[in-house]
Design a protein. Structure first.
Length: 441
């Protein structure tokens, strides 16, 4: 998705709100206690042995651990963000989100992400140093769950090399999100197993339980938690994106385990999930249903003088779910996004005038799926721009006059192209012509 880069930067953190949702000790999370450091460090050897047994991955080397204060965590967050994402890239993500109506126009994405992570980080594992860090203010009972989660990352790193996930090639954020969902989902699933065993429910067969994703989503619906003011006030897109790897990833790994053993799960690190679609629908991963790659050309010259492309990426099924669900009921958004086959977008700006525009090329599994998305995106567009008047054309192509330029949605067979922010009809016509020349692979 369009803001992948911030979650990628601290890929292996564990969000606090999610942690407290997986167990009973909700109220404990807000309590700030002095760290029982020595006891916790001593516990980490035992926790490592336990998760190694559960996950059936041998310990190749011991793992160092340390505590970090909120300030130290914030410094790590900022350092990782700066290493990973240039200010220009952050600006482009922020403007893309604003163009989609997912954050306010004056929203400061980078600052908010830092605040959000400062609040939400419960622990993280650093593949670079092979160490894991715990939030110093967590109560001991929570610390052990976080340890279990982070130590799964340590084992993953020893067996599957997590550093390869750190420098993901730019331009396919959806595949990157899917890879992170595998890593985070597995660590979350083992953490849940660990927690069950701690509660005396060690015999529970995780594959016999209902979908972990459904369960975690249900829990999440109840959280507008005053103990997490930054998360509670976050634009939905940030919250959804922060939680996706854990919530959907846990269900994905659970689904793999229903068909395979823990050893079988090792193979998923060789054939990585390729899209958020495969994470949401694990059966599509197992069937090898690959996303369609779209080669959308750079349209800067079609925009005209002064325009440049500031970003290009893939939104994925999950991205379109988030984009639609900002303006439509969740169930409608989920259904419309589910026929996703592939997409690519380009985000453009004219620095001299401050104008921005977005071109999206999407392809769908069937013409019926494309029609469904066309209708949903039209509805979303009317809501997004608060349009009083109907579109000026018919069933295959709509053009809206908005306060932020022209917006068009056009369907041809299985494909739908959306352009938002065109300055006039001539420019729009040029953009449409060029966008439809995109190649599919
Ligand atoms: Zn993690």
């Amino acid at each position: 998705m369009m803001f992948k880069r911030f979650t990628a930067s601290l890929a292996l953190l564990l969000a606090l709100a999610l942690l407290t949702n997986t167990g009973a000790a909700r109220q404990g999370a807000a309590v700030i206690k002095p760290p029982e450091t020595a006891a916790a460090i001593n516990a980490s050897d035992d926790v490592l042995k336990t998760v190694s047994r559960m996950r059936e991955l041998e310990i190749k080397q011991p793992v160092k651990s340390a505590f970090k204060t909120r300030d130290e965590i914030e410094q790590s967050v900022i350092r990782d963000l700066d290493e990973d994402t240039s200010p220009a890239e952050f600006q482009a993500s922020q403007k893309t989100l604003a163009r989609l109506g997912l954050v306010p126009k004056d929203f400061q994405l980078r600052d908010y992400v830092v605040k959000l992570l400062r609040e939400q980080v419960a622990g993280f594992y650093e593949p670079k140093t092979k160490e894991f860090y715990l939030a110093a203010w967590l109560p001991i009972a929570e610390q052990k769950k976080v340890m279990a989660h982070e130590l799964v990352h340590a084992l993953q790193d020893q067996h599957f090399n997590l550093r390869r996930f750190e420098k993901w090639p730019k331009g396919d954020a959806d595949a990157e999100l899917a890879a992170h969902a595998l890593v985070e989902g597995e660590a979350t699933l083992v953490m849940i197993l660990y927690d069950l065993e701690q509660q005396g429910l060690g015999g529970v067969d995780i594959t016999k339980l209902g979908s972990l994703t459904e369960r975690l989503l249900d829990n999440d619906a109840e959280t507008s938690d005053p103990s997490y003011p930054v998360l509670s006030a976050a634009p939905r897109v940030l919250r959804e994106n922060l939680q996706f790897p854990y919530i959907y990833g846990a269900g994905f790994t659970q689904a793999i385990l229903k068909k395979a053993t823990w050893r079988g799960l090792n193979d998923v690190y060789t054939t990585l999930p390729a899209s958020s679609e495969q994470i949401i629908h694990p059966e599509k991963y197992m069937a090898g249903e690959m996303p369609v790659k779209i080669d959308l050309p750079d349209l800067a010259t079609a925009f005209g003088k002064g325009w440049k492309r500031a970003d290009a990426d893939v939104n994925g099924e999950f991205g379109y779910f988030v984009i639609l669900s900002e303006f439509l009921p969740k169930s409608a958004a989920r259904t419309a996004a589910a026929g996703w086959g592939g997409d690519r977008y380009g985000f453009y700006e004219n620095p001299a005038t401050g104008a921005t525009a977005l071109v999206q090329y999407t392809t769908w599994d069937t013409p019926g799926d494309a029609k469904e998305f066309f209708a949903a995106y039209s509805q979303r567009t009317e809501q997004r721009y608060k349009l009083k008047h109907d579109a000026d054309t018919g069933t295959a192509r709509r053009v809206y006059e908005t306060s932020e330029g022209l917006a068009s949605i056009e369907i041809r067979g299985q494909d739908v192209v959306m352009i938002e922010g065109a300055e006039n009809r001539e420019q729009l016509a040029r953009l449409q012509e060029r966008a439809w020349q995109s190649k599919k692979k």
